[in-house]
Design a protein around this ligand. Structure first.
Ligand SMILES: [Zn+2]
Length: 338
């Protein structure tokens, strides 16, 4: 079990809630960019199969006696389908002494599989919300997209299936809260629109006096997005909008001196702009050591736990109408949580 990481933004207590790690083809981070350039920009090395370990990290927020969870991870079923050891967010909560019933708010940055898979579980022939007491916050456009036939028809079936599985039970239980403008959901905790990765992707700003943090969701997928903010992953719904949103959020964080946190970043820190280039100055988090020399081993197209046709190839989401090519990739594989 990873160590518990906590930090504070004034009276707002924050805790990283690890969901695990999954393996990705680094080429997916920057469509059209040569693999050696991508690997050279990575903070973390690729493994002997040429795969990049991508962390999944939810965020727990405690303020004013209330508890909010931001993003729900892959879920146990998703982990069985797409590759453990991701899907361990509930284990991380339990290890911290937090039960599902203690969560007052669930904030979902966007409705991709790795962020909503932990929201519901099977029960009595149907499905029930895991966080049964919690109000579940989505951006209106995100909810509308992922609950409409028009939206689901645009996405790979694996993503559509996840939305069909996990979203309706929340609605049936009367737990859904939709926002369509900047909204303060707890003291100092505001939801902001950040579209591009998905139609209604949102981020969470934490503010107390001069102190601030910004949870970026998937507006940044890897630290290489600071040095190369224009790189477009294969997962973006609207690539140009995603880049504009990412750049605006990094600029906002610099202007407002906000600590940056994101679901797929191993480290947190402050963005800096030097010589026309962004970088992330780390102040916390766990950056896994590089495990092998980049490019030092030949790529294996499949492992014992996955096949090239694994639906995990789209676990972060890729939209076929964006014009980005889907590269062949091995998908998820099992690695140990550091
Ligand atoms: Zn994600």
């Amino acid at each position: 079990m990873p160590r518990i990481e906590r930090f504070a933004v004034g009276p707002i207590d924050c805790q990283i809630v690890p969901d695990g790690v999954a393996m990705y083809d680094p080429a997916d981070l920057a469509a059209g960019v040569p693999a050696d350039q991508i690997i050279a920009a990575l903070t973390v090395g690729v493994d002997e199969k040429g795969e990049l370990a991508v962390p999944y990290n939810g965020l727990l927020i405690r303020v004013g006696g209330r508890v909010a969870l931001v993003d729900a991870g892959l879920g146990a079923e998703g982990a069985r389908q797409f590759g453990e050891p991701a899907g361990r967010l509930m284990d991380s909560l339990t290890a911290s002494g937090i039960t599902a019933d203690q969560i007052d708010l669930v904030i979902i940055s966007h409705a991709h599989l790795d962020h909503i898979g932990g929201l519901t579980v099977p029960a009595d022939g149907g499905r029930v919300p895991v966080f049964a007491r919690a109000r579940h916050y989505f951006w209106q456009a995100e909810w509308d997209f992922w609950t409409s036939g028009h939206g689901l028809a645009q996405v790979p079936e694996e993503l559509a299936e996840a939305a069909r599985t996990h979203l309706p039970p929340l609605n049936q239980a009367g737990l859904v809260e939709l926002v369509s403008q900047e909204t303060e959901v707890l003291p100092g905790v505001r939801l902001l629109p950040a579209p591009g990765h998905t139609p209604g992707h949102m981020v969470v700003a934490l503010t107390s006096g001069p102190d601030g943090a910004l949870y970026l969701g998937d507006a940044v997928l890897d630290e290489a997005n600071f040095t190369h903010p224009g790189w477009v992953s294969v997962y973006e719904w609207n690539p140009s909008m995603a880049v504009a949103t990412r750049t605006a959020l990094i600029d906002k964080a610099i202007a407002e001196n906000r600590l940056l946190i994101a679901f797929h970043l191993a480290a947190r820190g402050y963005a800096e702009l030097t010589g026309g280039h962004y970088r992330l100055r780390h102040v916390g988090g766990q950056v896994p050591a590089a495990r092998s020399q980049p490019g030092g081993a030949s790529r294996s197209p499949a492992t014992a736990t996955n096949t090239p046709s694994s639906p995990a190839a789209t676990s972060l989401g890729m939209f076929p109408d964006t014009g980005t090519a889907r590269p062949a990739r091995p998908g998820l594989a099992s690695v140990a949580v550091s």
